[in-house]
Design a protein around this ligand. Structure first.
Ligand code: SF4
Length: 358
């Protein structure tokens, strides 16, 4: 029998079309993990109704690696930790464009230029914008950037260059962040996320699960993110990096991860929920279950400092699930407005997963 908490969540999201309250989400999360299939089934229905069955694919290029002055405890690119990660300055333009071509060949529509810095210098920003122009010209891909903390003038320059989406994760719940990073604050991160929106870019803002937060704090985090109305929420699952202060942490279990993904879908019904770093290690053979638990976007190929699996495997998985690859970000889709009323996607939702025939 489905629990009363889940029935209430279903009624709120699918009939009343209203956002859940934190208490309502906590009631769902309090159900035993043995009831996870019921939660996953609801999250999947919510995803289909609000977003349809498409899955958005994105690849990253680590365009400037290592030697970051910040001290984020999970990150192998911090100069503070001895991790043996590659250290290099901003790639040549040709290398960035080659990575974008590989992204296109992998069937992705989103290409994200990432640099390991506190925030970009003007010189670095010039080079990034040059790369954005070249990627647009050579591939036609949608370009996102992840360049750390921005000024409003820098955000405006990126928006003017046609950067569609800016990634700036909050990383952890507000209450946990000071244990993760001491060189900048959670509020600094929120401020840059807001600047990106104010400049007219879509916001990509998520974090990493499994850095010591409690389930309650994880739910707080979902609502902290929802308050920013992000277009995309990357969900990373801590894959402890040797040499970092979190190098000996135990990753969360696959069932905890699936519960979190499903709860994210209930809290952010209209967002692109992207399974990102750590999905292979934490979810293992259950990665398809992650896409049935509410996720509707993937990073394909490699991550910033760790390898991913081959894009062919992800395409085969999507084929098996009958989930088509999204052909682009889709203007105005999946927007949650400030009142918490969830707009329907611009395209008609597909009520069921279409069955593909060979
Ligand atoms: S700011 Fe980014 S690159 Fe630098 S240590 Fe933190 S997570 Fe790593």
């Amino acid at each position: 029998m489905v629990s009363a908490a889940l029935e209430l969540a279903e009624r709120a999201l699918l009939e009343e079309r209203r956002a859940l309250t934190p208490d309502e989400v906590r009631a769902v999360a309090a159900r035993p993990l043995d009831e996870l299939p019921d939660l996953i089934a609801l999250a999947h229905r919510v995803r289909l109704v609000y977003c349809g069955s498409e899955v958005e694919l994105e690849s990253l290029v680590n365009a400037k690696s290592g030697a970051c002055p910040e001290d984020c405890a999970f990150c192998s690119q911090s100069v503070k930790f001895d991790t043996g990660v590659d250290v290099y300055a901003f790639l040549d333009l040709d290398e960035v464009v080659d990575a974008a071509r590989a992204t296109k060949a992998a069937g992705a529509t989103q290409f994200c230029i990432v640099v390991a810095v506190r925030g970009p210098s003007e010189r670095l920003l010039d080079r990034v914008i040059e790369a954005v122009d070249a990627v647009h010209d050579e591939t036609g891909l949608e370009v996102a950037c992840s360049l750390g903390l921005l000024t409003s003038a820098q955000a405006a320059r990126l928006a003017a260059a046609g950067v569609r989406r800016y990634n700036h994760n909050l990383e952890a719940p507000r209450a946990v962040f000071p244990e993760i990073c001491t060189t900048h604050s959670w509020e600094d991160r929120v401020a840059t996320a807001q600047l990106a929106i104010d400049a007219g870019m879509e916001l990509c803002c998520g974090g990493i699960l499994g850095m010591g937060e409690t389930l309650d704090q994880r739910i707080d985090f979902m609502f902290e993110l929802a308050a920013l109305e992000p277009t995309e929420v990357p969900i990373n699952l801590l894959d402890p990096r040797p040499g970092t202060p979190m190098g000996d942490r135990t990753p969360i279990t696959a069932r905890e991860a699936l519960q979190a993904i499903a709860l994210f879908r209930l809290v952010l019904p209209g967002a692109w929920l992207r399974l990102a770093g750590g999905r292979e290690r934490v979810l293992g053979e259950l990665q398809g279950m992650g896409l049935l638990a509410g996720a509707n976007a993937l990073i394909v190929g490699n991550y910033l400092t760790t390898g991913g699996r081959s894009p062919d495997e992800d395409h085969a998985l999507l084929d098996a699930l009958g989930m088509p690859v999204a052909d682009g970000p889709g203007e105005g889709r999946f927007v949650v407005d400030a009142t918490g009323t969830h707009k329907l996607p611009a395209r008609p939702p597909r009520p069921t997963i279409p069955v593909t025939t060979a």
